[in-house]
Write a protein that binds this ligand. Structure first.
Ligand code: ADP
Ligand code: MG
Length: 281
């Protein structure tokens, strides 16, 4: 009947049939949906439409920035944007569905992955990050919740909501990220290189996947920031010497001395056991 609207029966623009809620972040809800035109499943990230005067939620420029960034990216390991639909109350991004859920779903009972599996996904992450940086895009919020898997088990970097492009004037000064993954130079507020900041958070992800816990953590946020600032962390006993060496270089609190993406790709731990084709990807 007109006026009745159960969320399960919602069809956007006569084409996308909304299904289950897949996840939610600070600003958006993400639903599984079916594209009635192609029969394919997609993901729909819905924001309250700021033009409808919604109090909560993101400002129009922030939604437009995320859209502009996603439109610029086309890579095997980055979630792809198909189109944007605006209704009176909502703005919807139609995205590739990452049907495998969050990367974290693959950890074992102790909350971690083997070093080989960690390497497998870390390579895919670095491949996406190098591509984004080469396109002048910086993610600035790399963390496990934003790393998803498609149905084939391939990693997809998602959520460019804090992303920035190289020509953005505030690029080097905006305070952003998630405390445990934030680079020390962001905390010092003297301006930063966004590429180095992404590399740092990739290092935190690397540690978390292989360890099952965060490298820098404390019940007190101030103490956690102290540890980050000093680059003070300890590797668990099961880490190989080569992984320890890579982590020391990635989680170097001095951004000028920190390893860059190209040198990560050349590091023995990263190359270990890989054929040339896999590394060139
Ligand atoms: P926010 O910008 O509000 O943090 P995200 O883009 O991170 O929103 O999405 C929130 C959550 O929704 C993610 O952590 C993930 O669990 C899920 N999600 C996001 N995009 C997809 C997608 N393309 N496929 C499947 N799940 C997704
Ligand atoms: Mg998110």
């Amino acid at each position: 009947a007109p006026g009745e609207e159960s969320p399960a029966a919602t069809v956007l623009l006569g084409r996308y049939e909304l299904g289950d809620l897949l996840g939610r972040g600070a600003s958006a809800k993400v639903y599984r949906a079916r594209d009635l035109l192609t029969g394919h499943s997609v993901a729909i990230k819905s924001f309250p439409n700021p033009r409808a005067g919604a109090e909560e939620g993101r400002r129009p420029v922030a939604i437009e920035r995320e859209a502009a960034i996603l439109r610029r990216l086309r890579h095997r390991h980055v979630v792809r944007l198909h189109e944007i639909l605006a209704t009176r109350k909502k703005v919807h991004f139609v995205l590739d569905l990452a049907a495998g859920g969050e990367l974290f779903s693959l950890v074992d009972a102790s909350g971690r992955m083997t070093e080989d599996l960690t390497r497998h996904y870390f390579r895919q992450l670095i491949s996406a990050v190098r591509y984004c940086h080469a396109r002048g895009v910086f993610h600035r919020d790399i963390k496990p919740e934003n790393l998803l898997l498609d149905e084939a088990g391939e990693l997809k970097v998602a959520d460019f909501g804090l992303g920035a492009v190289a020509d953005d004037g505030n690029l080097r000064h905006t305070l952003c990220g998630t405390p445990a993954y934030v680079a020390p130079e962001i905390l010092s507020r003297r301006g930063y290189d966004p590429a180095k900041v992404d590399i740092w958070s990739c290092g935190v992800v690397l540690f978390v996947l292989a360890a099952g816990y965060l490298p820098f953590n404390d019940a007190s946020l101030v103490n956690m920031y102290r540890k980050i600032y000093a680059g003070r962390f300890r590797c668990p006993s099961w880490f190989s010497p080569s992984l320890r060496d890579l982590l020391r270089r990635v989680l170097d609190p001095n951004p000028d001395a920190r390893i860059d993406a190209d040198d990560i790709v050349g590091h023995p731990w990263f190359c270990h056991g890989a054929g040339d084709e896999e590394l060139a990807r």
